[in-house]
Design a protein around this ligand. Sequence first.
Ligand SMILES: Nc1ncnc2c1ncn2[C@@H]1O[C@H](COP(=O)(O)OP(=O)(O)OP(=O)(O)O)[C@@H](O)[C@H]1O
Ligand SMILES: [Mg+2]
Length: 424
Amino acid sequence: MSSDARIDRAAQPRGPMTKNGSIATFVHDPELFELVSRCLNELPGVIKTGAPGIEPGDIEDAIAYLTRDPSPSVVLVDLTGVAEPLVALDRLADVCHSDTRVIALGDINDIHFYHNLIIAGVTEYFVKPVSEEQLRTALRSPPDAAAKSTSAAPVAGQRPIVVVGARGGVGATMVAVSLAWYSAEKDHQRTVLVDLDLSAGTVGMALDVEAGRGLADALATPERIDGLLVASATVKCSSHLFLLSSELALENRRTLADNAVPLLVAGLQQNFQRIVFDVPRSEPGLLAQGFEQAAFIVIVTDFSLAGMRDTLRLLKLAKKLAPGAKCLVVGNRFGVAKKGGVTVEACEKTLATKLAAVIREDPIVVPMALGIGKSVPESAPDSDAAAALYSLAVAVDCVAGTPEQGWFERVFSIAKTFVMAKGN
Ligand SMILES: Nc1ncnc2c1ncn2[C@@H]1O[C@H](COP(=O)(O)OP(=O)(O)OP(=O)(O)O)[C@@H](O)[C@H]1O
Ligand SMILES: [Mg+2]
């Protein structure tokens, strides 16, 4: 499956949708079939379509049904025994409306598999056996992502996710681009990625988009910033992803008004549901104002001693300027230093925090993404780097899943339930 196909699917609704609240289930395991039927009977006001209560079904039945009929709000499908579940899901996604929540059940308990399911458009995946309570909750509650995907209204007051590199070249831009991509393409949020490195930023290059002067002009006259000005200065990268950047001449000297970034954020909030800042650590004014606006601060470091020192300094600054923001540290380019590199354990001990994600040096996947102007998760969705970036996206609330209990924990809590159930 090409990554282009994945994006098309996220951006374009396929086929008509039936009335809200309709559920179609395709389950063939007799025990599960009985459980699903019981849950559906207890759910008030749902329109049941497809197999439940009529006869058991599988993913091929689901594909045939969705080819023939309008998509329901929820499709529940049992992947047990399907030889190539991702290929089958790909075919299902081709005939299914993009706003339909696809809930999958199966017996494969593997992180990479789970990640690929989410990339393929599955909203939730449960490792069997699933409890009645889990199933009822999943069927009943349209998670935020589904509700959000149809809403174009910005979430008032949503503050930026600020990404900063502890040192030069540690991969901060790669991380910022990936988070914005997950937000736009997987969470279907109108997302703006702002490159606050006004003269040497590389976000435009990373996404293969021409930078304008828009951001520099806006920051130079912050009193003129409003929703309209911000909207006209952004460049559209896809239906949900927008870029705001500048390519100022290096000799261009500029001063930053105290209220420039807050006014920029206010303007952005009128147009976008999510804001991601790529902030240069070498511009104290922008760094400080960026931190003060942040909901999340993501510090990207390598595994060098200098990286540790500079991360500690940034953590201290973040604590001072943005006590309410959630700070996360990402260790990137793990394994690149032949000598003098710090281990993950030593890094966490030095920083007195657990790393939110560890991304290995990958001399193929990461440069390749940059080379073709795509984010890492888009160009290499099956890579370890994409899996690590996905867990980070969950932690900063960029994709569905609560930050308190991310996808990793969810899979393992389900696995734990499985082990406990087997033990009984
Ligand atoms: N995990 C990785 N494996 C291999 N190469 C990587 C990795 N992360 C980043 N790179 C490469 O390192 C270079 C710098 O990445 P990036 O521009 O994201 O860093 P940065 O911290 O934003 O740099 P700057 O300080 O210039 O803003 C790029 O060529 C990128 O492809
Ligand atoms: Mg950068």
